[in-house]
Every structure is written in structure tokens, then in C-alpha cells.
Design a protein around this ligand. Structure first.
Ligand SMILES: Nc1nc2c(ncn2[C@@H]2O[C@H](COP(=O)(O)OP(=O)(O)O)[C@@H](O)[C@H]2O)c(=O)[nH]1
Ligand SMILES: [Mg+2]
Length: 318
């Protein structure tokens, strides 16, 4: 299966729900909003059930209603794509009444060090391996720092990926100080002039306060080793965890401000709609999506492409 097929299949449950409850996707918007108000209600329900959130659902229905002369599916796809835009762009395009053409965000890190954070099991370590492959295949030099010293074998896991990909990994000791690993790695990156360093971190400690304090400390020592870094802090979020994952993301964002989000496991049976409140409520762009367990299963996020996958529509990529 290609990544797009895996994404489509992962989103099939949500797609069915939208189809089942609003089996009038081919109808004209005006017809639906004048003669089939129960369909509008069903659609509202389906969007909320898909984790899209209430505020966004209201805006989507409003935008769809204004799209007279188009069929329901087209109008819905544009409205959903708009919801995945950053705030300012969304407001601008809603005023104009159409979705932007180019929908891909920049995934070029602003500097050299990217800190990767998130709770246990969401896919941080695997995502770092994927990021390594992604940038390496684009000619960038890459290093990893095994900063999850809390979970036994986390360092070995990253070490194995590093060996497979030919990426140097700075290791600490199990149970050792993660800030020390991050400091060593950031210093080494700077000394060697490697383009990019991805710093893995723990997802669980004895308590949440500990974890947040530790992440702040890792951030501080990286800045000490290499002033201005980390230039990026990317949160990894498992799409299957829905609203719960969003709440966790907010906590992380409060203590260690995020510059990007990577949503994993969109090949699993996620609801997919959670991407909307991630963008709207965190105000942080989605950089990549994870669509499998292999090193190649990472794609830069493209909102229009994502919405087409949700509706199983094939269009040539712009
Ligand atoms: N299906 C699927 N599994 C993934 C994806 N990303 C990570 N995983 C799996 O999720 C599990 C936890 O991943 P890991 O990187 O160890 O999570 P961490 O605790 O956050 O570092 C592993 O079995 C990964 O193979 C993804 O995009 N899709
Ligand atoms: Mg890990």
C-alpha cells in the first residue's frame, strides 16, 4: 500500500460516518439547506463525532451554506481545508469565500536543533528516525540525541535506528541525566557543523510536573551549548487519542512553547478530525503526518491533500 492508500484507509471510518449520516454529498448545497435540514444536523453530528470540535463545525456549516451552486461534498471539502489553515490565513480566505491553492507548510527547521516531545507511546522515537531519513534523503547532515533516559531501552531503540540509517547517535546512560545528553549532543553538533540534531525526550516521569520541568531544563542546556537553539520544538501526537491528546498538547505548549506538531498513526483507525482543533486551538502548524511504522512513513502535511484523502477523492497534486 502507498502512504496515501494507508492514510485513506485510516480515515475510512470517519468518511463512512460522514457518508452514512449525510448521504447527500452530491446534492446542491442550496437544496440541502432548504429541503434537508435533518441532513445538515446529521452532518453536524458527524463532524463533531470525528473530533473536529464545535467552533470549527459551526464555521464549516456556515461556509458550506454560503457555497450555493456547489455540491455538498465540494463545499465541505473547501470548508474543511480552510479549517486546517493558520488563523490569519483562514480568516482571510473565509472572507474571500474560497480555500487557498498552496496548502503545504514549510518543514525546513529554522535553525539546527529540533527538540521532539510528547507522552509515551505516541511515536516520538520512531518519528525521529523518520525525520532523520527525510532530511538525510534531502542532503542534510543529521544527528540524534537519545534523551529518553527514563525508559529502559529507549536509547537502544534510537541507537538501532541510527545504525540502520547511518545517523550518529549521542547516547546517555539509562537513568542518567537527559539534560547532560542534550548538552553533549548540542555541543557535538555545533563542533561538527552537522545541519540538524533531533533530540529525543522522555514521555513519562514519576509525575507530570517532573516531566515538564525536565523538558524546560533540556531546552535551557541546549541553548547554553548552542545559543538560540533549539530553534524548533515539535510535539508528537497520536491521532487515535483524539481530544485527550489535544489536552495533553495544551499542557506541553504551556510549559515548552511548540513550533510544530507531528500527528502520527493516521494509518490506524483514527478519527482524523482532531487535526482541526490542533491547528485552531494550539495555533501551531502541523508539520508532518505519520502513516506507518517504517522510516519512510512520514509525509509533510498538506491540508488539501489530507481532506482529499478523507473523502477518498483523487486529484493530481498541485
Ligand atoms: N501504525 C503506526 N504506528 C506508529 C506510527 N508511529 C509510531 N508508531 C508505533 O508506535 C509505537 C510507539 O512508538 P515509539 O516511537 O516507541 O513511541 P515513543 O514512546 O513516543 O517514543 C511503536 O510500535 C511504533 O512503531 C505511525 O505513524 N503509524
Ligand atoms: Mg521513545
Amino acid at each position: 500500500m502507498s502512504w496515501l492508500e494507508r492514510l485513506r484507509s485510516g480515515l475510512s471510518k470517519t468518511r463512512q460516518q460522514i457518508n452514512d449520516t449525510a448521504g447527500f454529498l452530491g446534492n446542491d448545497v442550496r437544496d440541502v439547506f432548504t429541503n434537508r435540514l435533518e441532513t445538515v444536523e446529521d452532518l453536524e453530528y458527524a463532524l463533531i463525532a470525528a473530533d473536529v470540535g464545535r467552533a470549527a463545525t459551526e464555521e464549516i456549516l456556515e461556509d458550506v451554506r454560503r457555497s450555493e451552486g456547489r455540491n455538498l461534498q465540494d463545499a465541505l471539502m473547501s470548508a474543511l481545508t480552510l479549517q486546517l489553515e493558520p488563523d490569519a490565513r483562514r480568516a482571510e480566505f473565509r472572507k474571500l469565500g474560497f480555500a487557498p491553492q498552496a496548502s503545504r507548510v514549510s518543514v525546513d527547521p529554522r535553525g539546527h536543533v529540533v527538540m521532539v516531545i510528547g507522552v509515551n507511546g505516541v511515536g516520538k522515537t520512531t518519528t525521529i528516525a523518520k525525520l532523520g531519513q527525510y532530511y538525510q534523503s534531502r542532503g542534510r547532515g543529521v544527528m540524534f540525541a537519545a534523551g529518553d533516559t527514563f525508559r529502559a531501552a529507549a536509547g537502544a531503540q534510537l541507537g538501532e535506528w541510527g545504525q540502520r540509517l547511518g545517523v550518529p547517535v549521542v547516547q546517555g546512560t539509562d537513568g542518567g541525566d537527559p539534560a547532560a545528553v542534550a548538552f553533549d549532543a548540542a555541543s557535538a553538533r555545533r563542533a561538527r557543523g552537522t545541519d540538524l540534531l533531533f533530540v529525543d525526550t522522555a514521555g513519562r516521569l514519576h509525575n507530570k510536573h517532573n516531566l515538564m520541568e525536565e523538558l524546560k531544563k533540556v531546552r535551557r542546556v541546549v541553548d547554553k551549548a548552542d545559543p538560540g537553539e533549539p530553534s524548533e520544538v515539535w510535539l508528537v501526537l497520536d491521532a487515535v487519542t483524539g481530544q485527550n491528546g489535544l489536552q495533553q498538547a495544551k499542557k506541553f505548549h504551556e510549559s515548552t512553547p511548540l513550533t510544530g506538531v507531528i500527528v502520527t498513526k493516521l494509518d490506524g483507525t483514527s478519527k482524523g478530525g482532531i487535526l482541526v482543533p490542533i491547528v485552531r486551538e494550539l495555533g501551531v502548524p502541523i508539520k508532518f503526518i505519520g502513516v506507518g511504522e517504517g522510516a519512510g512513513d512520514l509525509q509533510p502535511f498538506d491540508s488539501a491533500e489530507f481532506v482529499r484523502a478523507l473523502f477518498d477523492v483523487e486529484l493530481p497534486r498541485s
